[in-house]
Design a protein around this ligand. Structure first.
Ligand SMILES: Cc1cc2nc3c(=O)[nH]c(=O)nc-3n(C[C@H](O)[C@H](O)[C@H](O)COP(=O)(O)O)c2cc1C
Length: 361
């Protein structure tokens, strides 16, 4: 089997990161078997927000922004794939270069700024795969120049409500000026009320669950507000977290001062500390997805122990290649063997108190 981890990664690292990403998408589109898919394992199945996931590991938003390869991602072993962020109108995003590797820290800084082919193009792809199995979520956003941003999220719900397994309301990208202020309580209350109303009116009667994706750069009081609004508006799920504006603890390299959101290893502790805080605020039955710095079996397990029902990764795959999801999923099965687990969910929350007390950094 052609294992890009051995052959392709050094080659991809020689290219600028955006070109390398384009090649990865093309390789996935080509249908080449890039990695070995793990065997199905009943102990890894999870039912979250009314959806059945074959395993808890997903591809995070931003890798497949235009919905070109969700099924190829599932074939790598991911239990679900989130496409997007998609904006209503096509827009180019920020000027290049807009993604930077921080090799020593196994991190990335990006300031893509929602480059998107727009709802119509992406919806055509989602519409063409409706008979396929597999959980594919659509992450929706707002156009940069749009004044009524809430209307863009409502449009996203209407556009993808019938074809997406779930919808993610992304108000946490640091690269669209002002977007993160939608996390403030009053703005969030209005946004969530209108989004949930639109979801309940999706043409065809489908009611896909709605997940909110938040930043890791929030104060404790903001976490209280967000939890309150999620519960008040009966939103089904939360994703913790998007990229951070923090540059704490990075090795001094050329790229640390680039503007944008930081992801990868240095985000793990901060995003996990936030995840645990939100688990305690939202209670045991609320669906939470943990993202940020997952790059191994151990980091995936620790997100679950800290309170995550599901886990997502992106940056880890930039460094480890397309065999990473399969390796993590197989590792989860081995862990279940070793511990004699009936379900991977049995370890959830076992370190939630420790992580909830960890500093946000
Ligand atoms: C290059 C890049 C582009 C991203 N684009 C998006 C995006 O369009 N929408 C979104 O919600 N998150 C986006 N993210 C954030 C990821 O989905 C994820 O929340 C974050 O990177 C933390 O996970 P990681 O450390 O495993 O990468 C992007 C991340 C990277 C590295």
């Amino acid at each position: 089997m052609f294992d890009l981890t051995r052959l392709g990664q050094p080659f991809l690292f020689a290219l600028d990161p955006e070109t390398a990403h384009g090649l990865s998408i093309r390789a996935l589109k080509s249908g080449l078997p890039l990695a070995r898919c793990p065997r199905p394992d009943d102990r890894l199945k999870v039912r979250v927000a009314g959806l059945d996931f074959p395993n808890p590991l997903g591809m995070a938003a931003g890798f497949d922004k235009h919905g070109e390869v969700p099924d190829a991602l599932l074939a790598l072993g991911f239990g679900f794939a989130e496409i997007g962020t998609v904006t209503p109108l096509a827009q180019p995003g920020n000027p290049k270069p807009r993604i930077f590797r921080l090799m020593r820290d196994q991190a990335v800084i990006n300031r893509f700024g929602f480059n998107s082919e727009g709802h119509a193009a992406v919806q055509a792809r989602m519409g063409a795969r409706t008979r396929r199995r597999g959980v594919v979520g659509v992450n929706i956003g707002a156009n940069k120049e749009r004044v009524d941003r809430v209307a863009d999220y409502v449009a996203g719900v209407t556009a993808f409500g019938a074809t997406a397994s779930y919808l993610t309301v992304n108000i946490s990208s640091p690269n669209t000026p002002g977007l993160r202020s939608l996390q403030d309580r009053d703005s969030l209350a209005e946004l969530l009320a209108r989004v949930m109303q639109a979801r309940d009116a999706v043409p065809g009667g489908k009611r896909p669950p709605v997940f909110l994706k938040i930043a890791p750069d929030l104060a404790e009081a903001a976490l209280d507000d967000i939890a309150g609004e999620l519960l008040a508006n009966k939103v089904e799920g939360l994703i913790v977290s998007n990229t951070t504006l923090s540059r704490a603890g990075l090795s001094p390299t050329d790229h640390v001062n680039e503007a944008g959101g930081l992801s990868g290893k240095p985000l793990f502790a901060r995003s996990t500390a936030m995840l645990a805080r939100m688990r305690l605020r939202l209670g045991p039955d609320f669906a939470i997805v943990g993202a940020g710095g997952v790059d191994s079996v151990e980091t995936a397990l620790e997100k679950i122990r800290a309170g995550a029902d599901l886990v997502q990764l992106y940056t880890g795959m930039i460094y480890a290649g397309p065999s990473l999801p399969g390796r993590i999923v197989r590792g989860l099965s081995r862990f279940a063997d070793d511990e004699g687990l009936r379900s991977i969910r049995d370890i959830r929350d076992s370190t939630v108190d420790i992580w909830a007390g960890a500093p946000l950094g």
